[in-house]
Write a protein that binds this ligand. Sequence first.
Ligand SMILES: NC(=O)c1ccc[n+]([C@@H]2O[C@H](COP(=O)([O-])OP(=O)(O)OC[C@H]3O[C@@H](n4cnc5c(N)ncnc54)[C@H](O)[C@@H]3O)[C@@H](O)[C@H]2O)c1
Length: 341
Amino acid sequence: MLSNSVLQRLASWCPWLLRDEPKLKQPVKVLVTGAAGQIGYAIVPMIARGLMLGLDQPVVLHMLDIPRMADALNGVRMELVDAALPLLRGVVSTTDEAEAFQGVNFAVLIGGWPRKEGMERKDLIAKNVAIYKSQAAALQQHAAPNCKVLVVANPANTNALVLKEFAPAVPARNITCLTRLDHNRALGQIAEKLGVHVGDVRNAVVWGNHSSTQFPDASHATARTEHGERPVRELVADDKWLSEEFVVTVQQRGAAVMKARKQSSSLSAASAACDHMRDWILGTPKGTWVSMGVYSDGSYGVPDGIFYSFPVTCEKGEWSIVQGEFLLFCQVDSNGSTTFS
Ligand SMILES: NC(=O)c1ccc[n+]([C@@H]2O[C@H](COP(=O)([O-])OP(=O)(O)OC[C@H]3O[C@@H](n4cnc5c(N)ncnc54)[C@H](O)[C@@H]3O)[C@@H](O)[C@H]2O)c1
């Protein structure tokens, strides 16, 4: 048995000897497509630092981009080496879809055709359908069984549906799309309004699509105060703000960031994608729900067979739509706009 003074001296000479290292799991493979792009550049260090799958989860990163971006992708790979990230157990950077999807346990699909000025929505969809059709084949053929997929690239709900249609062997439950950024924006707006920490606000919901037709809903949100957990509606005491300014601010937040930064949201999108996967895989905290774009089962009157953002809870790697909390019936029109009755 070493005496305290010896231990103290050891700790001062070589602190790493005595640091509590978490017991590490077996490495998993995580694919990021569009890895040379803005969100890709922000998310890969987050994943490699354990912000997505946990501080005890080593990862092998697979990064895919198009051939034109091969040099930039290699630059990202070099930076990952230079960052000396202990949880990062390998990097595959490639422009080949089959190699990128080979054996991956998790796939974050960020790569896609960007919307350019003057481009019509149908043209954007057509470009992305081709990309997602091809990636669906690679997913089905090369990914690990039970691979869990998050689609970030817009139009995210449509891309997720294309993936599902063209990868019929992949369970629809394993394909989701990102509306967590909108969910987090809603929490952020409520926290600012109440002057509380965002970690004390929970259970807002974003219904619908990641687009300006979405419906951010604070009707069941709560905030922790010194008097206990209270409904946000009661604390804000301004129904007009909640039903008008709050909704429009969240819906238009992406455009506001774009106007200010001259570039679209990246760090918040990357952070939201990590939150989405972490809660899906590791579970939502008790009594907390989050918004995820999932394959509709007809809950709340939302047509089945589309990807739509619902309040969900997650446990043991499975999501479930929150039932019985909302006395709502949604009607979705052909533009994806939701009205409630
Ligand atoms: N769902 C959301 O909440 C949300 C939020 C923000 C951005 N987005 C979307 O995420 C996407 C990426 O945004 P960004 O800012 O990183 O864009 P970006 O243009 O900086 O990066 C996109 C990357 O994808 C690559 N790419 C294009 N086609 C590809 C393919 N077939 N395979 C692999 N990679 C391919 C491009 O070369 C580029 O490097 C966009 O579609 C954007 O609209 C979604």
